[in-house]
Structure formats: structure tokens, C-alpha cells
Design a protein around this ligand. Sequence first.
Ligand code: ATP
Length: 394
Amino acid sequence: MLATASPHLHAAAHRLSLAAPARSARLPLRRPLRYAPLRLRASAAAEAAPSAKEGAEELGFEEMAARTTRRYYMLGGKGGVGKTSCAASLAVRFANSGHPTLVVSTDPAHSLSDSFAQDLTGGALAPVEGTDSPLFALEINPEKSREEFRTINQKNGGTGVKDFMDGMGLGILADQLGELKLGELLDTPPPGLDEAIAISKVIQFLEAPEYSMFSRIVFDTAPTGHTLRLLSLPDFLDASIGKILKLRSKIASATSAIKSVFGQEVQQQDAANKLEQLRERMVKVRELFRDTESTEFIIVTIPTVMAISESARLHSSLQKESVPVRRLIVNQVLPPSSSDCKFCAIKRKDQTRALDMIKNDPELMGLNIMQAPLVDMEIRGVPALKFLGDIVWK
Ligand SMILES: Nc1ncnc2c1ncn2[C@@H]1O[C@H](COP(=O)(O)OP(=O)(O)OP(=O)(O)O)[C@@H](O)[C@H]1O
């Protein structure tokens, strides 16, 4: 149906699907040719779907690529709106404009491998083939990342900090600890914790010398709910861990005799160190999210009332948390057509109404709005992501 609505894009999509990575695997020598037709397609689609707002130049891609110092871009929004496609296309765009780039998925349901049509799983840096400058991907394994938490928990007796304290005959203090809810946190991590630990893991990685080459880091984050919880989580953990560490030092002298009997001293110190380490990283996560110099959160949405309402709420929460947001991507906008079928005509009307809603929404109207067209194909592989990236990131 969309094929009739967008002959340019359909033709482009057809050629694009022919240029899928599977073919390049068979004919590696032909790989450079993949880029030539894509340039034509990108410009055809760019004509078909002009971007939204005046003044877009000052917040265009040039500004995003300008400085050589490291910058972080976090893409987030409602589930299924195209966060991964937009994040991956931005990463490809950066890598093709000379920035060694790292794209990280902190969404527990990873789709970077699907998006790049390459196996990037395994929780380690994986090179993405087909870009001019180096592009690496990292899918953080939430299970592995949570190991650290589990270890702390197990070292404290396997059933949580509170039980451990109970076991040490420190009932009153155990009650105080119960109030801190840290034991509960360790036993059943709340949603958003995986994301927090994943990002803190990335921060830990980024401090390592082998990561210093990356000048652009793009995060493909989990859907809105997780992101919002993530924002408040560092504060919560910082406070909770801070309190537990203070409490621990208070009881240290009182328990030294018991500890030496049960041989728990070393283990407890270990756990305390890990908690302290985690707390420090959480503080860094919080700082990173709020650093206007180096970080920007980009909201991705689609032109539907539900997605826009959620984007407005997300923007409001991000603002409350002082997270810098300047851009909104409206993905999957129907490209112009002179011959809409009935379905497309209704859909277009709906989308126009939704786009008007953005223009009049007090939360969203101040953002630089960028439109990405709905293409009649699945966006998979570097050539397809380059195609999308050249349209969106102008
Ligand atoms: N502009 C577009 N035109 C056509 N298809 C698109 C477009 N953007 C995204 N898609 C398709 O929509 C699907 C979902 O996209 P994507 O995985 O990027 O969304 P997501 O927001 O990351 O999803 P999740 O919340 O599940 O992580 C994919 O099949 C992708 O190819």
C-alpha cells in the first residue's frame, strides 16, 4: 500500500533490499559499490520528506559532529517507535563523518544485532563493518551486569543484607536496614536497575584506555518507563548505599568479635567496597545524564496521539531531572504522495493532526523537530541505516 503512496521510496527500498548485507557477504569486492546508489536514494527521499522546523540549521548534524571532544547521545522513547533504528543510523552517520563511534544498547531486549544485521552479541566490543571510520557496538548483558549485585548479596549470606544483619544478632540495626530497602533491592531488582547497572558498566568501560579512541557514544536506551526510573535510581542508590555504608562503619566495632568468629570480615569488606564502587559509578551516571556540555537526550516518537503524549511526559520528566533535551525525532511520517489510497489518506490525516499536536504542545513545541519518513521496508544493515541517517540527521 505504501508502495503506491511513495514510488520514490518504493524504488529506493527495492534497490536497498537488493543491497542487503547477505549479498555483500557473498561478494565482498563489490561492497564499496553499495554506497553509490544509496546517495541517490537518500537525496530522493530527502526531497520527499522535508524536515520540519525553521532554525534546524543551528541544531543540525553539523553541530552534532562539530567538536572532536567526546559527546554522548542518548536516544529514548516509547517502545517500538524506532529508537534502535535512529540510534544505529546516528552512529553510522557519525562514523561516516570521521568520528570513531561506539553504539551501546542498554535495553535489556537488545536489537542492535538485528538492526545492523550483524552478530554483535556477547557483551564485548564488536566491530561493525561497512563504515568509513571505526564503528563498534556493545550490547550490555543485563544478566551479567547484575552478577555484581548478586555477588554482593550472596556474600552477605545469600538472603539479603537484612537477613545477614539479623544473623549477626543485630536486630535493631537490621530493622533500620529494612527501612532502607536495600536488601529488597538486592533480592528483587526493580525495573530500571538493569539499565542503571548497564550504564554504570559502560562508564566503567569508558574509563579504560582502549575506549579513549571514541569521540561519539550513542546509547540505544530502553523504553520510556525504564528511562524514567533510571533517572531517579542513581539518587536512590546513592542515598541508600551511602546510608548502609555509614551504618556499616557504626556497627563495625560492635561486630568485630562476631566477625572474627565467623570469618566474615574480609567478605564484608569486599561487599562494602563493591557497594561503594557502585555508588561512585551511580554518581557518575547521574552527572553524565545532566552534563549539557557533553550529553544530549534525543526523544524519538511517532506521529500518533499516544506516542506524542508519552513523549511530552518524558520531556517533562527529563526537564525536571535537568537532563538536556533539544531534539525530537518524529519517525515513520508518511512521505508526500499525490495518489493516496483510502487507508493512506486517513492515516495521513491522523498523522497531520498528531504533528499539529506537537507544534502546540507546551512541552514539545520548543524542541528542534526532525522528521523521518516511513519507508516501505525494514531498515536493516549498514547501507539501510546510512540511507535513513542521511535523511534524519541533516
Ligand atoms: N522510518 C521507518 N520506516 C519503516 N520502518 C521503520 C522505521 N523506523 C523503524 N522501523 C521499523 O520498526 C521496527 C521497530 O524499530 P526499532 O527496533 O528501531 O524500534 P525501537 O523503538 O528500538 O523498539 P524497542 O522499543 O522494541 O526497542 C523495526 O522493524 C524497524 O525496522
